[in-house]
Structures are given as C-alpha cells and as structure tokens.
Design a protein around this ligand. Structure first.
Ligand code: SF4
Length: 302
C-alpha cells in the first residue's frame, strides 16, 4: 500500500504543484561486465567501481532528495564486490533505508539470488539470435531462470535489426516459462552511432503496432498507452526526473545526454511508460499497479 500512496502523491504533486522531484535512480555499481555484447560498449567507460561507503552515500543522497525507487545496474551488478560486500549488501541497505522499490538489471549469467523486489534479465532472442548478440550464454541464463525461486523476474528485450523477426517466437517461448512474469520491449538506441542494429522509424511503428495487437496473447509488459506513445514517438525527453549515478557523476535521463538526434531516436521505452503514468493514462496506471502488485507487496530502469 505504501507504494501506491507514494505513487499517487508523486503523480499529484507532479501534475498539480509542478514539483519535479527525482523519481527513479539508476545506480551504476561499476562498469565491469563478463560479457561483450554486440550493441554495448559500457566496459569501454572508466570502471567507476563504487566502494560500499560511496554506494551508501549515493543511496542516502537519492533518498534525501525524495527518490524511493532504485535500480542497481552496471556493467553486471552481480559481479560487483568491495572487500566483503556484495550486491546483496547494497540491496539490503537500500531496503533498510526505506526505498520502496529495489530493482536489479542483470545479464542473467549469475544465479538470480537477491532480495531485490524485481529482477530484469536481458535476453534478446532465442538461443541462436541471443548468442549471436550476447555471446554463448542463452543456456546458462535459462538455467538460472529455471532454478530461481525469485517471485518477480522479467525479461528486457531490446529490439534490433537482427532479432526483430523473432519476436512472436520469443513471446511464445516465454509464455511457457512460468518463472518469467513479463517481457519489456525496448529498441536499440544508437548511443554509438547508426549501426546495422538500428531500426528506422517506419519499421519501429510496424513492430510496435504488432506488439499492441498481441498484448493480450503474450506476457508483454509495455502498456497500451506506452506503446501508443512510442508509435507517436512523443514522450517527453530527456526525462529529468530519472537520474543515473555513475562514479561521482549524476546524469539526468541517461549516460549519453545532450544529443537531440539521439534522444529523438531513443528506444528506452520505459521512459515512455513513466510519462504515461504521470499523464494518468489508465492502461499505464493499470500496468504499473499490476507490476507493483506482483511484488510482495512492493514497485521498476532505464
Ligand atoms: S537518449 Fe533516451 S534515455 Fe538518453 S537522454 Fe536521450 S531520451 Fe533520455
């Protein structure tokens, strides 16, 4: 209930009082990763590994600004360690501090053991396609999913030119995996330039329309309102109520700010989703409630 009250209060103060408090924080615990995915160059950034003290300081700072939703991300967060401290210590600290939603973004190659409320696992296709994009890890990820007893596991699927035709088969496959509660779809964002993975606007529209039409058939987490906003490509950006902490820097919206063309071609659809909730679109609110409701009782990226 605390989550719903917080959400309601946030939306009302955003709309009626024009308040712009931070809503979501992506906390980069480090930029190390055990994979080398085709679309990602995060490991080329400085390692920026946080000490546990620094991590606590950042959580405190975000909490003091009013934020209550924290995403642990990297690199690969399950790889993070500072002396005897591991990711679980950071999650426990955040929960004790009073964060209402603790979320982990992972590549799924480590056992999915965490007290975080929700875990998002990146999987970009069936075995052949995923392994082409992310390395030979599909079987390991599926084993970790099947062996996990975490109640709130979701898939992050980033649509690109290589996996775009596999979406229905992938959704069919996930329908049969009882441990997975839903799939959130993003598009490849050209952070590093317009490469062969980038999908043009018209094709994106077609894909989004198909997702919208098939929402009831598959475990698609994007809401109807979020998908429609993505079809119109009209959500507000950059979304300054979302902050990313990396090393000693704080970014608004994402770690690649200030590039209008990039923002216009942004595929980070969870921000489209957040904006629909702030606009009080019923399907986005229903989705958020369903999503938060599936935690025990609990809340989200970017
Ligand atoms: S590219 Fe997307 S996530 Fe990054 S600042 Fe622009 S709108 Fe935000």
């Amino acid at each position: 209930m605390k989550h719903l009250l917080f959400g309601l209060k946030y939306v009302l103060s955003y709309r009626l009082l024009n308040e712009r408090r931070p809503l979501i924080c992506g906390l980069v615990v480090h930029n190390r990763c055990n994979l080398k995915c085709l679309h990602c160059r995060i490991t080329e950034r400085p390692e920026e590994s946080l000490s546990f003290e620094m991590l606590r300081k950042m959580l405190d700072s975000f909490y003091n600004k009013g934020g209550r939703t924290i995403y642990f991300e990297g690199g690969e967060p399950f790889l993070w360690q500072d002396r005897e401290y591991k990711l679980e210590d950071a999650v426990k600290y955040a929960k004790k501090k009073g964060f209402l939603a603790t979320v982990v973004y992972t590549n799924g190659t480590f056992p999915l053991e965490t007290s975080a409320d929700t875990v998002f696992i990146s999987l970009d296709g069936l075995k052949k396609t995923n392994d082409l994009l992310r390395g030979n890890v599909f079987e390991r990820i599926m084993q970790n999913i099947n062996e996990s007893d975490h109640p709130s596991l979701y898939i992050n699927f980033t649509i690109n030119n290589i996996n775009k035709n596999e979406i229905p088969d992938f959704c069919d496959f996930i329908n049969d995996i009882k441990n997975i509660k839903g799939i959130f779809f993003y598009f490849h964002t050209p952070y590093y330039g317009y490469d062969e993975l980038f999908i043009n606007k018209n094709e994106k529209k077609e894909i989004l329309t198909t997702l919208l039409e098939n929402k009831g058939k598959y475990k698609i987490l994007n809401s109807g309102a979020g998908l429609k906003s993505a079809i119109r490509n009209d959500w507000k950006r950059p979304l300054n109520i979302c902050e990313i902490y990396e090393g000693s820097k704080t970014y608004k919206c994402c770690r690649f700010p200030g590039n209008k063309d990039l923002c216009n071609d942004c595929g980070y659809l969870s921000y489209a989703e957040i904006e629909q909730v702030l606009k009080m679109k019923p399907s986005a609110i229903r989705n958020a409630i369903k999503y938060f409701g599936s935690w025990k009782f609990n809340y989200h990226s970017g």
